[in-house]
Design a protein around this ligand. Sequence first.
Ligand code: 13P
Length: 250
Amino acid sequence: MKPLLIAANWKMHKTAAEAKAYFKEFWPLANGVKGKLIVLCVPFTCLHALAPLVQKTTVCLGAQDVHFGEEGAFTGEISPRMLTETGASYVIVGHSERRKLFHEDDELVNKKLHAAISHGLKPIFCVGESLEQRNQGKEKKVVASQVLNGLKGISWPSLRNVSIAYEPVWAIGTGVAATPKQAGEMHTFIREVLEKEFGQDAAKAIPLLYGGSVKTDNIKELTSLEDVDGALVGGASLDAEKFSELISNA
Ligand code: 13P
């Protein structure tokens, strides 16, 4: 059986010093938990600080965004090569906060996915509908189009390093997670979309993570669902003790 992929998204939290203190508390608690692959997606400024600490552990490091270019006049941006040099192996792409607050569209997300893959990074590609879209009954249409547009021009086996995180926007940071029925239905649907577009091997291999108000007390129920292969955790990943408890509960 594939290990569950449990990824933390710290968002804009923690300095490098705070990240190091977190990891020193976290690893002794999480070390020994079996059957889970742990990824910490941290601010860019924490990557170099954490790299030597995670090196002797099974924890992987990830970033929360990447630019699609090799280098150039892109003030404030970070290239895939800059990321891989820090020791990051994962990168979140297309998070709903980037789509909403920084106006990233499917086309940009697609370019970032191409760039990440071609540099050997493992993208955690985020999709998810807004509350308005769900209330209008459009959630599947929206998610299918995000998946297909985001992965345009990429095929199996290049897709083998991609995970998809279904994060309904209305569940992020609200304390209201999708119900197991809602999450299960959407994950099964995404699996069908992948199978139709990329074939059975791709559909089976791509881990599907759920994100949005995942906590210590609902992780078990969500990750027990057939098509849920892990979780992307925001707020509940910021405290080392709580996050290690969440991981062992999964
Ligand atoms: P919360 O777990 O805080 O709801 O955030 C989810 C998320 O956006 C992870 O990427």
